[in-house]
Design a protein around this ligand. Sequence first.
Ligand SMILES: [Mg+2]
Length: 128
Amino acid sequence: MAYNVLIVDDSHIVRRVLIKALGLAEVPVGAFIEACNGAEALGVLRSKPVDIVFLDINMPVLNGMDFIREVRADTDLKDTPIVIYSTDGSDSRREELERAKIQGYLRKPASPERLVEIFSSILGEVAK
Ligand SMILES: [Mg+2]
């Protein structure tokens, strides 16, 4: 099984780095889909099958927290696995994210080992 991965970040460089890191982690990816803010990401979720979302918090137009609220309030999208990928690791932010029922939290930059761990915990056994 290969998984479609949606990467949401306003930084083109961060999106490139994450795609490269996921490649190195040898997780089974079907397609990488990119979005540069939460609004664009919602459009993707409503039009394409996505298995997991890597999500930045600080973005223009629609930020990560507001994106999560929209997804969790949408009956078709609410169960989409979301992993935060952010530099913001403050305790208050973590508590806020735990309440928002996200599946994982990664601090930038993430090692390939952490990426494999996150994939395995969310999507099950990762093929080697
Ligand atoms: Mg950002």
